[in-house]
Design a binder for this molecule. Structure first.
Ligand SMILES: Cc1ncc(COP(=O)(O)O)c(C=O)c1O
Length: 439
């Protein structure tokens, strides 16, 4: 049996290597080229065996058993397993009562599927700015975006940090609209002892391969607070002849992975804490902020840059970020931007063809706006001054690798001269002046 498991941990870094020349300037990288790949999820004999046994059961039962086990883990009242996260958001919105021509307030920073699910439901996404600290939907900005045609707000627990659930719930209640969660980054994320996915009138969650709780390939699940909402979603699919069903193969893989989820969660939390301490010591970098009472799931780990801490505040912050990005990648840290423009600046929201002929945007022209990046100052500030790690904290990422990431950040932070040189040698466009990327 061959499993795709790493053979050896990296050696612990040598402390004095932090003083060595940067890899981008002909030095030795902190992580050698052939040791950069990380493996997730780990596929074991148990996964394969569970799948083989499931082949003997009725497919609907395999899917229903998985959905029930995960619903109970999340603590939501009702669940509907589906083929993808996008499908889960679509049915969550429909279940919450969203229909053609309605407006749904969504954050301008998320993955494009959040907004496209609104379009799939025949409604118009209305974009609002994020909180500059948590990067989740700002309750004040969401409130300002509400009109008498707003049917729901759909915050995203972005990167895996719960949005301000209390404020957003209160806002929805005050306006008599639905509160729908996009919990696609937030498996096991919590506020107090309650898990994301169980807060809203409905929620959607991706279970695709790049998520903290992956079903192998593609998958998703919607949660509902009431039977009526779940039934509305089921009836919608039936009436429109839409098959969004989850595959039994994905479900059986999920059943064995679910038992491992608490272990994955602990390793990610530990890795995030270790890296956080290392980043704080550099001055140039800061880890994500986690409000008191929240548990961050760290599907992504967004790192702040503070050029003023190393005397680089005379340079444009986005150029410092780009230079630091290049220097880190050369050291073997797979940092990335993850989004380079506000979502409403992606093509589908600029041309607004929708499903053809402009539907559903034509149903409510007042809500179909031309947005610019400048409409979302908190999103643009974040895009200019932060970098992201994604899979790099996930089990089985070893302590030694984390220590090396920390060393690479320290190595770059102690070389403002090198950062200044890269900035001086190049002309970096603003993030949103580059072609919009989906991830
Ligand atoms: C925030 C968010 N919402 C929705 C989705 C859509 O999920 P899927 O790709 O499973 O359709 C994703 C996927 O990456 C996501 O990141």
């Amino acid at each position: 049996m061959i499993t795709d498991f790493p053979d050896l941990p990296l050696p612990l870094p040598d402390e004095k290597d932090v003083l060595a020349e940067l890899a981008a300037f002909e030095g030795t990288p902190v992580i050698p080229k052939d040791r950069r790949r990380t493996v997730f999820p780990v596929i074991t004999k148990e996964d394969v065996f569970t799948m083989l046994l499931s082949a003997n059961a009725r497919p609907e039962k395999v899917v229903a058993d998985f959905a029930e086990a995960y619903r109970s883990y999340v603590g939501a009242a009702y669940a509907l397993p589906v083929a993808s996260g996008t499908a889960s958001l679509h049915v969550a919105l429909v279940g919450a009562g969203v229909g053609p021509g309605d407006e749904v307030v969504v954050p301008a920073f998320t993955f494009i599927a959040t907004a496209q699910a609104v379009v799939a439901a025949g409604a118009i996404p209305v974009f609002a700015d994020i909180d500059p600290v948590t990067y989740c939907l700002s309750p004040a900005a969401a409130e300002a975006a509400i009109t008498d045609r707003t049917k729901a707000i759909m915050p995203v627990h972005v990167h895996g940090l719960p949005a301000d659930v209390a404020a957003l719930r209160a806002l929805a209640d005050r306006h008599g609209i639905a509160f729908v969660e996009d919990a696609s980054h937030a498996h096991s994320a919590k506020v107090g002892d309650r898990t994301c996915g169980a807060f809203g009138d409905a929620a959607g969650q991706s279970l695709m391969a790049d998520k903290n709780f992956p079903l192998g390939g593609e998958g998703g699940i919607a949660f509902f607070a009431t039977e009526e909402a779940r039934d509305r979603a089921v009836e919608y699919l039936r009436r429109n002849g839409i098959d969004y069903g989850m595959s039994w193969i994905a479900a059986s893989f999920g059943a064995s992975q679910l038992k491992r989820l608490p272990y994955y969660d602990r390793i990610r939390a530990r890795n995030a804490a270790v890296l956080g301490d290392q980043l704080r010591e550099t001055g140039l970098f800061s880890p994500p902020v986690v409000p008191e009472g929240s548990t961050h799931a760290y599907n992504m780990y967004r790192i702040g840059l503070h050029p003023e801490a190393v005397g680089l505040d005379d340079l444009p912050v986005h150029a410092v970020k780009e230079a630091v990005h290049e220097l880190l990648v050369a050291e073997g840290v797979p940092a990335r931007e993850w989004q380079n423009t506000p979502i409403p600046c992606h093509l589908p929201f600029r041309h607004r063809q929708g499903f053809g002929g402009g539907w559903p945007f034509t149903l409510n022209p007042a809500a179909a706006r031309d947005y610019t990046p400048e409409d979302f100052p908190a999103v643009t500030a974040m895009l200019e001054s932060t970098l992201v790690l994604c899979r790099e904290l996930r089990s089985p990422v070893e302590y030694e690798r984390l220590a090396r990431y920390g060393q690479a950040f320290a190595k770059v932070a102690r070389r403002p001269d090198a950062i200044r040189k890269v900035v001086g040698d190049r002309k970096f466009p603003l993030p949103w002046e580059k072609a919009a990327r989906l991830g």
